[in-house]
Ligand binder design. Structure first.
Ligand code: AKB
Length: 318
């Protein structure tokens, strides 16, 4: 990787991924791609180049790729699961028509492409415990449908045109920098903000609802390590199961309460979030990622909680 374009650089993952890539490859080599209305600010703006890169506008992608001699694209443009249910055609337009544009530009300019999939690419008929790498993927949400299509289209461009496409299936990502927006797993970020602000947390999914989650530093490391992996070792491409922790609301609540003894939580179940969560696996089997590119997470629920509380207290002045 010499020159990298991050599409969606101001989003939850993009904002931290862009900074991590700049740390590793140098600010000048990582272009923060944005859409009008979500321009980079502060450190993101000052630490390297920026370019308009809207997946629904192929010309904007082509211009950014040509101007900065891009050889690797991290395509993070997507609507999250809950929003995608209320805006299905927009989810398709961004997730799939947009991906098509990215892959076409990548084919023409010989770029490698990372477009994440998700635990949302699985559905009710998938084995929920230790979900295998290769298994049934019949999601019923628009988010899931776009994620399965992302995997298939990315594999198609690899086998048909030799575009170096790679991806992971992200679990819920927990971070203290940019808030997620419109996901089923957002509660696992919001709960930390409530604890630090001294507020009671209203949990939108039931006790006993297990989902895979991951701390942002591990998620960033996964994306970058996979893109750096020796191609000869990869038997899979789009997309690898990755996992580091799986918990239900009770477990995260009890872990936070150890450090914030007065913290309180009550349940007010959101039927849409609950039905999406129920259709997703409880925990993935990530053996293939461990074997093919040495995936190994650093954080578990306890160490993530300690770090999240410390960072959020500093950020919120609590
Ligand atoms: C969501 O909840 O929509 C995402 C995901 C797990 O893909 N965080």
């Amino acid at each position: 990787m010499k020159n990298i374009l991050v599409i969606g650089s101001t989003g939850q993952i993009g904002s931290e991924l862009t900074m991590e890539l700049r740390k590793r490859y140098g600010g000048d080599h990582v272009v923060a791609g944005y859409i009008v209305g979500a321009e980079p600010k502060g450190e993101l703006l000052e630490s390297g180049p920026t370019a308009r890169a809207n997946v629904t506008d192929r010309q904007s992608l082509e211009m950014a790729v040509k101007e900065y001699h891009i050889d690797t694209i991290y395509n993070l443009a997507a609507l999250l699961s809950v929003v995608a249910e209320s805006r299905p055609s927009m989810a398709w337009k961004i997730g799939i028509d947009g991906l098509w544009n990215v892959l076409e530009v990548a084919r023409e300019y010989e770029c490698a492409v990372f477009t994440p999939s998700s635990i949302g690419s699985f559905g009710e008929s998938t084995p929920h415990i230790k979900t295998p790498q290769d298994t049934i993927q019949r999601p019923r949400t628009m988010y899931g449908i776009t994620k399965v299509t992302t995997e298939l289209l990315s594999d198609y461009y690899y086998t048909k045109y030799g575009v170096d496409t790679r991806a992971v299936r992200f679990p819920g990502i927990i971070s203290n920098v940019t808030l997620p927006g419109g996901g089923t797993t957002d509660y696992a970020v919001e709960i930390y903000y409530a604890a630090v602000k001294g507020e009671k947390f209203i949990c939108p999914v039931k006790a006993g609802t297990y989902m895979d989650m991951m701390y942002m530093p591990d998620a960033l490391n996964a994306a970058i390590s996979l893109m750096e992996a020796a191609p000869a070792r990869l038997k899979h491409r789009n997309a690898f199961n990755i996992a580091s922790m799986s918990f239900d609301p009770e477990e995260i609540y009890k872990t936070i309460k150890k450090y914030v003894p007065d913290f309180e939580m009550e349940y007010q179940v959101d039927p849409l979030k609950q039905s999406i969560a129920d259709s997703w696996p409880d925990c993935l089997d990530d053996t293939c990622a461990r074997e093919e590119w040495d995936w190994k997470p650093q954080y578990d629920l306890e160490s993530m909680t300690v770090d999240m509380l410390e960072k959020l207290r500093a950020k919120l002045g609590k």
